[in-house]
Ligand binder design. Structure first.
Ligand SMILES: Cc1cc2nc3c(=O)[nH]c(=O)nc-3n(C[C@H](O)[C@H](O)[C@H](O)COP(=O)(O)O)c2cc1C
Length: 388
């Protein structure tokens, strides 16, 4: 994955490179790379989030004019009101969020009263942040959580890193984020380290949620060039690769319309019956109410509500029982051949499963499967958790 001046995929993220490298024709690959770069330029202007609703507003206005032409005044009024409402909302979003003209917001309270499962369920991607920085106490607690979790045993051969950056980076579509944790895995690529990124960062995310902070995982929406520039000497392309980042801060009440829409559309989850199975072919769904699974139901739910890139929900699990019929092992699978975001999502599941089992008082340990030999096939069994 080295970048050179003649590299048609120069400047793209590892995941985008991995996707585009599959295109056999060089000309088509160049074209696709140009398309991705154009989209990135547009989204990193920092205005697209606010201006996108103007497209539907213009369409409504046009339809309204047509309705007037064919003498349908009521329809024209309805369409015109719709266009006006969208335009007013865009103006409000620009004033309050982009130009930050709004009363000072209150700091969120820590969520000390929530148990581990409620915390994992309460975590949702925050895509609009207050413009104040974290206070020293909160930043100290966040960085202590980072230090604690990066030192934990890993599945991969080398530890992953979470580097803190304080800079108003433009990310997509999240707005007003100024504090970030950058997840860095070692070069060369090892799938288990990518899983470690998900597992480690998600534990920090859950701790941040307990502090009352908003978090947003950002993979495709991050500009790797500016991340590397801000990391400076903390990033060495010969030994490091950026996998994703996580924006952290105080959530804002003011959320642009397009982001509300995006978060709503990306908010649903598959039912448990499409995620947990009792056979290695992932055909027979697990019944969470049946014994011996009922005891683990809250942990299944915690995995279900884990975040994933574009809400792809790419992780599956096969639950196995021992001769006495007790739950003994859980095999975690990636449902797609993605080399980056599917293993990250699987690592996030592992973190939620681990936090859930800790809360239930059930001890267990993870073991990573050896890296794939040859071409990656899906579903891919990546990790096994065993009781004990
Ligand atoms: C690895 C990863 C990358 C992500 N990248 C982005 C991103 O670039 N921009 C964004 O707004 N959200 C991103 N997300 C957040 C997902 O869109 C979000 O988790 C999903 O839609 C589910 O919504 P929820 O987090 O509110 O439960 C990412 C999540 C993960 C795990």
């Amino acid at each position: 994955m080295t970048e050179t001046a003649n590299d048609p995929l120069a400047g793209l993220s590892p995941n985008e490179r991995a996707l585009l490298e599959r295109i056999p024709s060089l000309a088509l690959r160049r074209l696709a790379a140009a398309g991705v770069r154009a989209k990135m330029r547009l989204q990193f202007t920092g205005w697209l989030q606010y201006l996108l609703p103007l497209g539907p507003a213009a369409a409504l206005a046009l339809l309204g004019s047509l309705a007037l032409l064919v003498r349908l005044p009521r329809v024209a009024t309805g369409l015109g009101l719709g266009a006006a409402a969208l335009s007013v909302t865009v103006a409000f979003d620009i004033l309050t969020v982009k130009l930050r003209l709004h009363p000072r917001e209150r700091r969120p309270r820590p969520r000390e009263s929530l148990d581990a499962f409620e915390l994992m369920r309460a975590r949702r991607s925050c895509r609009s942040f207050q413009t104040v920085l974290l206070d020293e106490v909160d930043r100290g607690a966040l960085l202590a959580s980072v230090r604690g979790h990066v030192e934990a045993p890993t599945l991969g051969p080398t530890a992953v890193r979470l580097e803190y950056i304080c800079a108003p980076l433009t990310v997509w579509p999240t707005v007003n984020a100024t504090e970030f944790l950058v997840a860095i895995a070692p070069v060369p690529y090892d799938r288990r380290s990518i899983i470690d990124v998900g597992r480690t960062l998600q534990k920090v995310v859950v701790d941040a949620t307990r502090l009352g902070l908003g978090t947003c995982w950002i993979g495709p929406g991050a500009d790797h060039g500016s991340l590397k520039a801000h990391l400076g000497e903390r990033f060495d392309s010969a030994r490091d690769q950026i996998i994703c980042v996580c924006a952290v801060g105080y959530p804002s009440r003011f959320v642009p319309l397009m982001i509300r829409f995006f978060s709503r559309v990306m908010g649903d989850r598959r039912p448990l019956s499409e995620l947990f199975f009792v056979d290695p072919d992932l055909q027979r769904p697990l019944d969470p109410d049946a014994q011996p699974f009922a005891r683990f139901e809250a942990a299944f739910e915690a995995c279900r509500w884990a975040p994933s890139s574009y809400n792809g929900q790419t992780t599956r699990a096969v639950v196995r029982c021992d001769a006495e019929g007790a739950l003994a092992e859980v095999d975690f699978y990636a449902a797609t051949t993605s080399r980056f975001y599917a293993p990250v999502a699987l690592g996030i599941w592992c973190a939620n499963w681990e936090i859930g089992c800790d809360a239930l008082g059930i001890e267990g340990r993870f073991e990573g499967c050896p890296p794939p030999d040859g071409e990656l096939v899906a579903p891919r069994h990546d990790v096994t958790w065993s009781v004990g």
